[in-house]
Structures are given as structure tokens and as C-alpha cells.
Design a protein around this ligand. Structure first.
Ligand code: DAT
Ligand code: MG
Length: 150
């Protein structure tokens, strides 16, 4: 079962788009196993974006992601990583397809509203970086008849 970390970034919070973004993942059927509001520490932000440390935009990216509280969500499912990325849209919003979050609400790469893990491996790592085990509620699912608890 795959896990993906979703971050509703400061620009989405500032624009009042948190509910819209949560709705899209919910409608897609991506099971939610964790959610909280927090302001990232610089240390956690630098760890989260470590792969981009040598890029010229790294400093601005970190300053931006720690500039305001964000909503972080853990989502789980088969193909959760790919499905979430498809719902989010391309990194460069101008290239993101209409119907995706970025394609419908964003234009600037530095203000692209939402993060989603880019691989199955990183999904597991990123969820663990943001959530302790007791903050995650697995062990349930939905089917046509309603809730199913393990
Ligand atoms: P994604 O968020 O789609 O996974 P990424 O991992 O390549 O994209 O980059 C992380 C974030 O860094 C991205 O959401 C916005 C920012 N970023 C990426 N490339 C950039 C660039 N060329 N200029 C400014 N910001 C950039
Ligand atoms: Mg990425």
C-alpha cells in the first residue's frame, strides 16, 4: 500500500483554497490517514526539500514554505503517489492540465499551491518525517456499503 505526503502550501492557505484542495483528494478517493495544521521549522523544511539543496531556488523555497502555517495530509492507497501527482498537475503551473489543482488555480512555479510525494519510496519517507505513528489512522476503508474496519 503506497503512502503520499500532501502539503497545502502557504499560497493556498492565504488564498483560502485549503478546502478546495482537500475536496479534490477526497473526491478522487485517496484515503486520508493523517491531517494537521503546522508551521514548519526551518530544519524540517530543509530536510523535506534536501534534494533541491544545490538549486538556486532552494533558499527562497524554504523561506516560503515556512512563512505561514500549512496543512499536511498523509494519504494511502494502491497507486496513491501517481494518483495524487495527477490530481496536483505539473510542477510548472502554466504546463499543468486544466482540471488539475495547479492547472485550475496557479500560474507561478514558486506559488504552485500543493506538494505531493514524487515516488513510492519518498512517500513513505516524507509521511514518516511529518507524522508519528500515533498520529496516523489506518485500519479502515470505504466500500459501497459504508465503512469497513479491520
Ligand atoms: P514538485 O513540487 O512538482 O514535486 P519539484 O520537486 O521539482 O516539484 O520542486 C519542488 C518545488 O520547488 C516546486 O513545487 C516549486 C519549486 N521549484 C521547482 N523548480 C523551480 C524553479 N525552476 N524555480 C523556482 N522554484 C522552483
Ligand atoms: Mg517534488
Amino acid at each position: 500500500m503506497e503512502r503520499t505526503l500532501i502539503i497545502i502550501k502557504p499560497d493556498a492557505m492565504q488564498r483560502g483554497l485549503a478546502g478546495e484542495i482537500i475536496k479534490r483528494f477526497e473526491q478522487r478517493g485517496l484515503k486520508i490517514i493523517g491531517m494537521k495544521l503546522l508551521r514548519l521549522s526551518r530544519q524540517l523544511a530543509e530536510k523535506h526539500y534536501d534534494v533541491h539543496r544545490e538549486r538556486p531556488f532552494f533558499g527562497g523555497l524554504v523561506d516560503y514554505i515556512i512563512s505561514a502555517p500549512v496543512v499536511v495530509m498523509a494519504r494511502e492507497g494502491s497507486d496513491a503517489v501517481l494518483a495524487a501527482r495527477a490530481t496536483i498537475g505539473a510542477t510548472k503551473p502554466a504546463e499543468a492540465a486544466a482540471g488539475t489543482i495547479r492547472g485550475d488555480f496557479a500560474l507561478e512555479i514558486g506559488r504552485n499551491l500543493v506538494h505531493g510525494s514524487d515516488s513510492v519510496e519518498n512517500g513513505v519517507i516524507e509521511v514518516a518525517n511529518f507524522f508519528s505513528a500515533d498520529e496516523l489512522c489506518g485500519g479502515w476503508s470505504r466500500d459501497v456499503d459504508g465503512w469497513v474496519f479491520e
